[in-house]
Design a protein around this ligand. Structure first.
Ligand code: BDR
Ligand code: CA
Length: 311
């Protein structure tokens, strides 16, 4: 039985690798890719998603343009991490496959209304603007969602874009709040997990020696990421955030975490976008998310390498 998913994304090198991992995995039926402004503006994220599909030879996967700015704030981008294109590290091209005419929010609403209730998993890997907007505009779709598996937030690792917040949640905290209050099952792959799944020169070399176009691209992207983050974190490698979402769907046994309450800070300028996770259970606030704390990094990279090798 395949699982129907929608990837909501702002590619981003790590988003690109996540999309490739999904495309390489027959367990998943990718209904569409919805793009959002985040790492780079919408025009680039919706271009980059199509480049990734073309790279994998999967031009039939529909790519939808979504929201070009957060629900009630100005957009904050991250070219300092991902480069001016969002996919620096590989020589890019102008994609030939079309961008869909339908807006991502309309696609989300129409798909969740059409499919049997509880059969579509949402996989957000960027700011949660498209999902928050869809839930606000069409509250009837919320209960139709099977579950939400997202990359965002942090607890012990606290923040990467500010001392208190992780980028995806920081960019659109109002949208994140809507998602975390939705009542649907949520799994969070936070920095606490991704900072334990570091790409190293050996991984990069493993992708490069595949001798395929996809392997070369993944090597270029992970290499670019590795250089930036090694300098930033002074660590032996760089976190590969978004592919953890897909790895969770494929092999949840690689991960461990806790069912906890997570609230989103929307009021304070100092801690905007902080994911306040009640890891120690010190409140009686309702548990609304499974918050991943650890990942078997070797198992994750073995899975990723094996799947990328299929493309
Ligand atoms: C998240 O922010 C983006 O820069 C990455 O693509 C990832 O989704 C990590 O904080
Ligand atoms: Ca992302």
């Amino acid at each position: 039985m395949t699982r129907k998913i929608i990837i909501d994304t702002d590619p981003g090198q790590d988003d690109a690798v996540a999309i490739l991992l999904a495309l390489a995995s027959p367990e998943l039926d990718l209904l569409g890719i919805t793009c959002v402004a985040g790492n780079v503006p919408l025009a680039l994220t919706s271009r980059n998603a199509r480049i990734v599909c073309e790279l994998a030879g999967r031009t039939e996967v529909p790519v939808y343009p979504g929201c070009d700015r957060p629900m009630s704030r100005d957009l904050r981008t991250a070219e300092h991490v991902h480069g001016g294109t969002g996919l620096d590290g590989v020589e890019l091209w102008e994609p030939q496959m079309p961008l869909q005419d339908t807006h991502a929010v309309d696609f989300l609403i129409e798909t969740l209304r059409r499919e049997a209730p509880g059969t579509v998993t949402l996989c957000p890997m960027g700011p949660l603007t498209n999902i928050g907007t869809a839930f606000t505009r069409a509250p009837d779709i919320v209960e139709k969602v099977q579950e939400i598996v997202l990359m965002g937030g942090a607890y012990f690792e606290v923040g990467n874009i500010t001392p208190a917040a992780e980028f995806n949640i920081y960019v659109d905290p109002e949208a994140a709040e809507i998602v975390f209050k939705s009542g649907r099952p949520i799994t969070v792959l936070p920095l606490d997990a991704s900072h334990k799944a570091l790409t190293t020169a050996e991984h990069v070399q493993g992708f490069r020696t595949m001798g395929t176009r996809v392997g070369d691209a993944v090597a270029g992207w992970t290499d670019f990421f590795e250089r930036f983050d090694k300098e930033k974190y002074a660590s032996p490698g760089a976190p590969l955030h978004d592919p953890l979402v897909i790895a969770w769907l494929l092999k949840p046994d690689l991960f461990s975490g806790r069912q906890v309450n997570v609230e989103i800070e929307t009021l304070s300028d100092l801690t905007r976008g902080m994911t306040v996770a009640d890891w120690w259970g010190v409140t009686d606030r309702p548990k609304n998310a499974f918050f991943v704390g650890d990942v078997d990094a070797a198992g994750f990279f073995a899975l990723l390498t094996e799947r990328i090798g299929r493309l």
